[in-house]
Unconditional design. Structure first.
Length: 191
């Protein structure tokens, strides 16, 4: 068995920062312009603003979470890099799904795809958290920052509630559960 090559985190963090910045920029560029300069025209595209807000908060929350984690990580390996690349692949779909949901807010398919994207993000974050804790066992704050219950289990449970609600005929519950998860996560990080 070959020796595991450990690496520093700087380049990974810079790559992650750049990708999130691009995704957030694409999100705002995809917002439709109101048909006219009136409150009625702005209100007519409220679902686009709602979907944008959720997706923006998801992206910025992921950036904040990533920053919090990696300031306490001493070493990473190729597995961690590939988990981050997979995470970026899943996160990069957020602008596309945001427009899809904004244009079809009550569609079962669009809401399920939106919810599954965020569920996949949580699964990848869980696997990454476990790998980072195993690789950096002496970092006590890392274990606290990667609190599986608050970071992974509760958000996943909320996503499942949204998916069940969608199956019962209320597809917009997925977006609502995503929003609840993000607001909860932001409030938790501010403690």
């Amino acid at each position: 068995m070959g020796k595991i090559n450990y690496m520093e985190t700087g380049r990974l963090e810079a790559f992650y920062d750049a990708i999130i910045a691009i995704i957030v920029t694409v999100l705002v560029l995809e917002l439709p312009q109101p048909a006219s300069a009136s409150l009625a025209s702005i209100w007519a595209i409220k679902t686009s603003y709602f979907a944008y807000l959720i997706s923006f908060l998801v992206c910025t929350n992921l950036w904040q979470y990533h920053h919090l984690i990696y300031q306490h990580v001493d070493k990473i390996n190729a597995k961690i890099i590939w988990l981050n690349i997979l995470l970026m692949l899943i996160v990069s779909v957020v602008p596309y799904l945001t427009i899809f949901v904004a244009n079809n807010p009550f569609s079962f398919l669009t809401q399920v795809l939106y919810g599954v994207d965020f569920l996949l993000i949580n699964v990848i974050l869980y696997v990454m958290a476990q790998s980072l804790i195993k690789m950096n066992p002496d970092q006590e704050f890392l274990k606290e920052a990667l609190d599986v219950k608050n970071s992974i289990i509760i958000p996943t449970a909320l996503f499942v509630v949204g998916l069940v609600g969608a199956f019962l005929g209320h597809p917009i519950l997925i977006s609502v559960c995503v929003l609840i998860t993000i607001v909860r996560s932001i409030l938790y990080s501010l403690r």
